[in-house]
Design a protein around this ligand. Structure first.
Ligand code: BES
Ligand code: MN
Ligand code: ZN
Length: 503
């Protein structure tokens, strides 16, 4: 799909489908009235017949060729303008693209309803929505229908210069926003592919291979993959214990982005990469295990985000670190009651082998802290079911003791429309992690399970400014929405890019 900027009056645009955003009552909308007049009142008649009132997620399509150059008009309800949040443009872009595809339209014109400061963001979100709304994990679908290419080839963004010469700055602005939207969507789609791929294929070694392919495409990226032997030399006893039960070798993936100029900050992005979580000897019941190929969504997010970061550039030095392994049962697997020694020397008694993510991340955090000496660290992990109990399936839990860093991160989450909410790292819950035979144990009680996992990780972050994002819920969805079909979502990729990439 190609995105173009069309500078012309919407009424005379020559496209297969022209899309208008309608903010509530259509009869009060100037753009609508112009289209309705050109169509001899047929648009308002259709709206009346089909109860189209411009409410969010309402759509209306009608044939318009003859009076207009466009074959069809698509009206997209958006509710009251004052209530609209910018990220809703992702869904509007997705619905426009999907409607066009369904109708077999090859070209779409989207009349941009925003201007000024919102223009660039709106365009970026539309591009992201159109691309991500057409995302499909079709690798294993064999029917001809599933293999059919999207008929929609051209997505035009229409702004009207009203007969005046278009402003060069605005044209440049739209072009940059299109490129940014394309880079974000490409990274999110890549993360989705990595997540949706079955665990039989998406092993730690395969993830390392995928990361290497991304790093090879950009001169600013370099990559090191540490195998089990190297991790052992570094003393990563917690990380390695989790993968011991698997035939697949554990891999620590480390991608580095270096800016051309002296970096402002060094930022470490750490992802949980459990390519399949059976629970280990604390075995999950079958229904809870069914979707556990998604337990590497944090790793997928940080790896895929590096592609967009390299494309768009950043003034910071960025490190993506993914601790990848499989949590299985076998004669070699780690057991309950084992005491592990972590990379920083802390000893940990295992009272639940299903609380494996914090073990892998604990050592990955120590690796980041000691090998990189970052100014800031973020970790992304499908860490606890408790986080979903607390916040529901669409919202990530965010934990940090560093208020400023947390605030900056949340502002980026807000701007991109990814749902995140702060949970308190209440130190009183630390008590749950006490062990009689080791420095701590890996699991607390049921109460506050997302927070005790956060407190466990905090031990390894020491004083380095650090934010923990538990994305167990939003990493994958069973109820999709237009720009986010069922399956892996690529959650956090957009916010990571917003936080680190140049705008
Ligand atoms: N990978 C799971 C968490 C998870 C659950 C992610 C559902 C996505 C959807 C994690 O490793 C896990 O098993 N956590 C345990 C922790 C418990 C044993 C303290 C959990 O949440 O039950
Ligand atoms: Mn687990
Ligand atoms: Zn897990």
């Amino acid at each position: 799909m190609e995105f173009t900027h069309l500078i012309e009056p919407a009424l005379t645009a020559s496209v297969d489908l022209i899309a208008l955003v309608v903010y509530g009552d259509p009869s009060k909308d100037a753009q609508w009235k112009a289209f309705d007049a050109a169509l001899g009142g047929a648009l308002s008649a259709a709206a009346k017949a089909e109860n189209f009132e411009g409410k969010p997620s309402q759509v209306l399509t009608m044939w318009s060729k003859g009076p207009l150059k466009a074959q069809r008009v698509l009206a997209l309800g958006a509710g009251a303008r004052a209530d609209q949040k910018l990220p809703s443009f992702r869904d509007l872009g997705a619905v426009a693209g999907q409607t066009a595809a369904k109708l077999g339209a090859t070209s779409l014109g989207f009349v941009l309803p925003t201007a000024g400061a919102k223009l660039g963001t709106t365009v970026q979100l539309l591009v992201e929505g159109a691309l991500l709304g057409s995302y499909k994990f079709a690798r294993y679908l064999t029917s001809d229908d599933a293999k059919k290419p999207n008929p929609l080839k051209s997505f035009g963004i229409i702004t009207d210069a009203k007969g005046k010469k278009p402003l060069a700055a605005e044209v440049k602005h739209v072009k940059a926003a299109i490129e940014r939207g394309e880079a974000v969507a490409k990274a999110v789609a890549k993360a989705r592919d990595l997540i949706n791929e079955p665990a039989a294929h998406m092993t730690p070694t395969q993830l390392a291979h995928e990361a290497t392919e991304i790093a090879k495409r950009h001169p600013q990226l370099s990559i090191t993959v540490l195998g089990a032997k190297k991790c052992e030399e570094l003393g990563m006893g917690m990380f390695l214990a989790v993968g011991k039960g698997s035939e697949q070798e554990s891999k620590l993936i480390h991608i580095t982005y270096k800016p051309a100029k002296k970096p402002k900050k060094k930022i470490a992005l750490i992802g949980k990469g459990v390519t399949f979580d059976s629970g280990g000897y604390s075995l999950k019941p079958s229904n809870a295990m069914e979707d556990m190929k998604i337990d590497m969504s944090g790793a997928a997010a940080v790896i895929a985000a590096m592609d967009a970061i390299a494309t768009l550039g950043s003034e910071h030095e960025i490190h993506a670190i993914a601790a990848c392994c499989e949590n299985l049962v076998s004669g070699r697997a780690y057991k309950l009651g084992d005491v592990l020694t972590s990379m920083d020397g802390t000893t940990v008694e295992i009272n639940n082998t299903d609380a494996e993510g914090r073990l892998t991340l604990g050592d990955a955090i120590t690796y980041a802290r000691t090998k990189i000496d970052p100014d800031e660290m973020f970790d992304f992990a499908t860490l606890t079911g408790a986080c979903m109990v607390a916040l529901g399936p669409y919202t990530a839990g965010v934990m940090s003791d560093h208020d400023r860093l947390l605030k900056d991160w949340m502002a980026c989450a807000d701007a991109t429309g990814e749902d995140m909410w702060r949970l308190p790292l209440n130190p009183r819950l630390r008590e749950q992690l006490k062990s009689p035979i080791a420095d701590m144990r890996n699991t607390g009680d049921r109460m506050g399970g997302a927070i005790t996992a956060g407190l466990f990780l905090k031990t390894f972050a020491k004083g380095t400014p650090w934010v923990h994002v538990d994305l167990a819920g939003p990493a994958s969805v069973s109820n999709g929405r237009p720009h986010q079909p069922k399956g892996g979502t690529g959650f956090a990729v957009a916010t990571i890019i917003q936080y680190v990439a140049r705008s």
